[in-house]
Design a protein around this ligand. Structure first.
Ligand code: PHE
Ligand code: ZN
Length: 881
């Protein structure tokens, strides 16, 4: 179907289902190419639906084999079946049962939606609308049923048979070749949470007793031979379950909780009830094959999926427009968990980096949309940083606005009132209105209005009156379909930094709600603070209290003083980022103005040197973040128009080299002080030391390539973990030459047979900022480690190249053409992976005219390809619009 023909689905058109399905019995006989599915639906008219309505079930590429109503085969005239649906024209207007037989081919399923095979393992992915590829059904989240699932398979092929809920029966079948298992899930759920797994898998397991006293068997299933890498995931699971009991009062509600890792998966992981299915990248870890970053993301994603059990499963979404109801809230929960397990400020800094690079850039381009979109053609294209990350920021702001106590009461009310329902954002917000006694209708605009607000701030100190006046103003740029913007409710955490630290905040302003929090809920505001003995430096958006761009004109000197004296770690980090950003945007705009850069480089170099000398070793994870400049892509976004990626990259490189040079005398000693004699441990403190040590290695490679390269080789040879080896490889990619190629070769030898590690190896090469990279990437596509059929391989190599600012944006357009061709080729097999890759073009409009034109041509080429999936044509058309 062409997108122009694809219907636009609108929030305002929502109406309840005409039919409900109370219980659902599934009987699935697994076979590589001919899997038989028998569905028994217990239907009843929905009192909230239209009386006398036909029964219209969803399907996708299905073949109907048999159909019976209350056991009796249906007359051909009584129904209409197609691959896309099954309609019973005049069903009985009472409760009745329907038996539907379909046959599907999991081996031919390359879309990885519905039932498919991954390295021989049967698995499913049903969110958002994949269940209809298994059987005809009311495939919508507000139809919730109690499932009983019987799975049957050849024992040798699928010794492990899993589904949602609790195991109620399992046995061999006569003859001994086949066996079956029956799973029952007492909690009503929508079809998107259904899952099954069948295959030869190893597992690790552990007993758990909830705070309420329920015994639960936890297990993590992995490919045979990989059980030794499942321990961290299991450990993370136990920790996040305890945390959810303690912090949100949520207990688990089944007798088993299973996690299964598969190697072919479109996304990160999926929260199917009691049977979470994961991309193996987010499960498998040991020191040799996982980095510190991997350990952290496994912990976070295990927690994310587990937390969905309450925020997503027990309370699900009424319709897909409410996606952020479960995703934004669950991201907020996993971020809080990681903050408690690790360092809160460092976690916040890392999250804000991600928010800015993924969400701010989405919000600034043609794919911008509200956290709750009003219309879509393809829901798969709305699993976005806006829905997830900005969705989480809204929850964080809500908490700031109403306070911790009211937030807790609101959450408790939500869990109590909405449990077992398919809810909306309105249902959610009503709980917090009641708990806080506040009208949240203005705050709710965060769900409706797209775009990143800009907060413009300026201050004036009156020395005679000891008074400081802060002017705040906000505006939001136009986004597709929303040209006029209204003011938002911005919770602004602030402090006034004096020479001895924070000054007391005394003001009569109604916008000041105490505790260092100002609420800006109109276009502009002026606040006067009294009794200030000296001119302060305003520290605004502490902890990044609102997802906004801040424009505040402080001098480099003031920012560097803020870095030294601010009590808020996030703003200390931000202060130096601001210094670098200003210099880089200025220089990145016009290649000529390099002088601004050297002045800044000197100032930054001194500040960093002092910091590293005084307390760099006190919190290495924080220091690593301080040393890392904003990414070139962030600078490009700040520049915003007529961007020349080469100029931006050049400025970034020059500043990095200059800072590296300024710190050079100190680097070896610091690295030495950070090295550890102890065996590898993935804990946050050890990871922080490695992060700083490797940040310094990168600077050395830039500032002193020969010594840097030698250090990379030495570190590679002596490392006892992947983090340090990969950092050596990454730093080495900055130094062209034979030594680099040799190290690339050694890495591949060491990790041959480790696909997940080789993904990083592919990506490191795809990111090399040199003109030879495109040819290298094309060559690597022929490497045995690469496969266009596996999403992780594609994201590593091809996704890496699309994120390579200078090479994707080559001046000859070859980077655009390459990605466009791959999108088209990939689309035939896996539309979701193809459309995500096409998202790499989302910032094309901010490019200078020559590249803009070339990117537009490549996009046009994709858009005009006949037979595109709805996923890709939707992105192509919206990106070009
Ligand atoms: N719901 C999953 C999550 O956020 C993401 C996902 C969406 C996975 C769609 C697969 C398909 O945890
Ligand atoms: Zn999620």
């Amino acid at each position: 179907m062409r997108t122009e023909d694809a219907p636009l689905i609108r929030l305002e058109d929502y109406r309840p289902s005409d039919w409900l399905i109370d219980t659902f019995d599934l009987d699935i006989s697994l076979h590589p190419t001919k899997t038989r599915v028998r569905s028994l639906l217990a239907l009843q008219p929905n009192p909230a639906g239209r009386p006398g309505a036909p029964l219209v079930l969803d399907g996708d590429e299905l073949t109907l084999k048999a159909l019976a109503l209350e056991g009796a085969p249906l007359d051909a005239a009584a129904y209409a079946a197609s691959p896309q649906g099954l309609t019973i024209h005049a069903p009985p207007q009472r409760a009745f049962t329907l038996t539907i037989d379909t046959e599907i081919d999991p081996s031919a399923n390359t879309k990885l939606m519905g039932l498919y095979r991954s390295s021989g393992v049967y698995c499913t992915q049903c969110e958002a609308d994949g269940f209809r590829r298994i059987s005809y059904f009311l495939d919508r989240p507000d139809v919730m049923s109690v499932y009983t699932v019987r799975l049957e398979a050849e024992k040798a092929q699928a010794p492990v048979l899993l589904s949602n809920g609790n195991l109620v029966a399992a046995a061999e079948l006569p003859g001994g070749e086949r066996h079956f298992a029956v799973w029952h899930d007492p909690h009503p759920k929508p079809a998107y949470l259904f899952a099954l797994v069948g295959g030869a898998l190893d597992h690790v397991r552990q007993d758990y007793v909830t705070a309420e006293g329920r015994k639960v068997e936890l297990a993590v299933y992995v490919e045979p031979g990989k059980a030794g890498r499942a321990g961290w995931a299991l450990d993370s699971l136990e920790r996040c379950m305890r945390w959810d009991e303690r912090v949100f009062g949520r207990n688990y509600d089944l007798d088993v909780f299973n996690v299964v890792a598969v190697s072919d998966f479109n996304m990160g992981a999926m929260e199917n009830k009691g049977l979470n299915i994961f991309n193996d990248k987010y499960v498998l870890a040991d020191p040799q094959t996982a980095t510190d970053g991997d350990y952290a993301s496994i912990e976070a994603i295990i927690a994310h999926e587990y937390f969905h059990n309450w925020t997503g499963n027990r309370i699900t979404c009424r319709d897909w427009f409410q996606l952020c109801l479960k995703e934004g809230l669950t991201v907020f929960r996993d971020q809080e968990f990681s903050s408690d397990e690790r360092s809160r400020p460092v976690k916040r800094i890392a999250d804000v980096r991600t928010l800015r690079s993924t969400q701010f850039s989405e919000d600034a381009g043609p794919l911008a949309h509200p956290v709750r979109p009003r219309a879509y053609k393809e829901i798969n294209n709305f699993y976005t940083p806006t829905v997830y990350e900005k969705g989480a920021e809204i929850i964080r702001m809500l908490k700031a606005l109403i306070g911790d106590g009211a937030f807790k009461r609101g959450m408790d009310l939500y869990f109590e009132r909405c449990d077992g329902t398919a809810a909306t954002i309105e249902d959610f917000l009503a709980c917090f209105s009641e708990a806080s006694g506040r009208d949240l209708s203005h705050f709710a605009r965060w769900y409706e209005q797209a775009g990143t607000p800009t907060l413009v701030a300026s201050g004036q100190y009156d020395g005679a009156a000891k008074r400081y006046t802060l002017e705040l103003a906000q505006s939001t740029p136009p986004t597709p379909g929303q040209s006029e913007k209204e003011p938002m409710v911005l919770p602004i955490r602030l402090g006034l930094v004096g020479s001895q630290g924070d000054l007391p905040l005394k003001t009569g302003s109604r916008a000041y709600s105490g505790d260092g929090l100002v609420i800006l809920d109109r276009a502009s505001l002026s606040i006067t603070f009294e009794d200030l003995p000296e001119a302060p430096i305003p520290s605004l958006l502490r902890e990044f209290s609102a997802p906004a761009r801040l424009e505040l004109d402080l001098s480099d000197g003031e920012l560097i003083r803020q870095f030294a004296q601010d009590s808020d770690s996030f703003n200390r980090w931000q202060a130096l980022q601001s210094v670098a950003t200003r210099a880089l945007t200025t220089t990145g705009r016009a290649k000529a103005e390099r002088s601004a850069l050297s002045v800044t480089a000197r100032a930054l170099g001194e500040a960093l040197d002092t910091f590293l000398r005084r307390d760099g070793l006190a919190d290495p994870a924080f220091a690593a973040q301080v040393l890392r400049l904003p990414a070139p892509a962030d600078i490009a976004r700040e520049i915003g128009r007529d961007v020349d990626p080469d100029a931006v990259f050049g400025a970034h490189r020059a500043l990095s080299v200059a800072i590296g040079a300024a710190l050079l005398p100190r680097l070896p000693g610091l690295r030495e002080a950070l090295s550890s004699q102890r065996a590898f441990s993935p804990d946050a403190a050890s990871a922080g030391r490695r992060a700083l040590r490797n940040e310094l290695l990168g600077l050395m490679a830039l500032a002193a390539p020969a010594e840097g390269a030698a250090l990379c080789e030495a570190q590679f040879a002596s490392a006892d973990n992947l983090t340090d080896r990969l950092a050596a490889l990454a730093a080495m990619t900055l130094v062209p030459g034979e030594a680099r190629e040799a190290l690339i070769g050694r890495f591949a030898e060491l990790y041959s047979g480790e696909p997940l590690v080789l993904d990083k190896w592919l990506m490191a090469q795809a990111l090399i900022p040199e003109s030879g990279t495109l040819e290298r990437v094309k060559r690597l596509m022929q490497h045995p480690a690469f496969s266009l059929g596996n999403p992780n391989r594609v994201r590593g190599l091809i996704g890496g190249f699309a994120a390579n600012l200078t090479q994707f944006n080559r001046l000859d357009g070859a980077g655009y053409g390459f990605i466009a061709d791959i999108v088209v080729a990939l689309d035939r097999a896996n539309p979701q992976v193809a459309s995500r890759l096409l998202g790499s073009f989302k910032s094309w409009r901010m490019l200078e005219p020559v590249r803009r034109r070339l990117a537009q041509d490549a996009l046009g080429l994709v858009a005009r390809t006949p037979g595109l999936s709805r996923d890709v044509s939707d992105i192509a058309e919206r990106t070009l619009a």
